[in-house]
Ligand binder design. Structure first.
Ligand SMILES: [Zn+2]
Length: 74
């Protein structure tokens, strides 16, 4: 690891920089935010789109049926 102030290499277990005395805690390990994302596999996405298209198709069919029935009844 390296000193954040002077950039000199420091020993891994040293708490302070031996050159400028800057505390080393802030540079020890980069804090990486691990954001847990719910990764949806592409298969289920495709499945979802298929389901949506099926629902849309059936809805369109239902609307057409209603419209046709309405014209027939008249
Ligand atoms: Zn330093």
């Amino acid at each position: 690891m390296y000193c954040i102030k002077c950039g000199k290499e420091m020993r891994e277990n040293s708490k302070f920089c031996s050159y400028c005395g800057t505390p080393a805690y802030s540079i020890q390990a980069p804090i990486v935010e691990i954001v847990e994302r719910e990764e949806v596999p592409p298969q289920s996405k495709a499945k979802d789109s298929v389901i949506i298209s099926i629902i849309g198709g059936t809805m369109i069919l239902a609307i057409l049926m209603i419209v046709m029935l309405g014209t027939w009844i008249r």
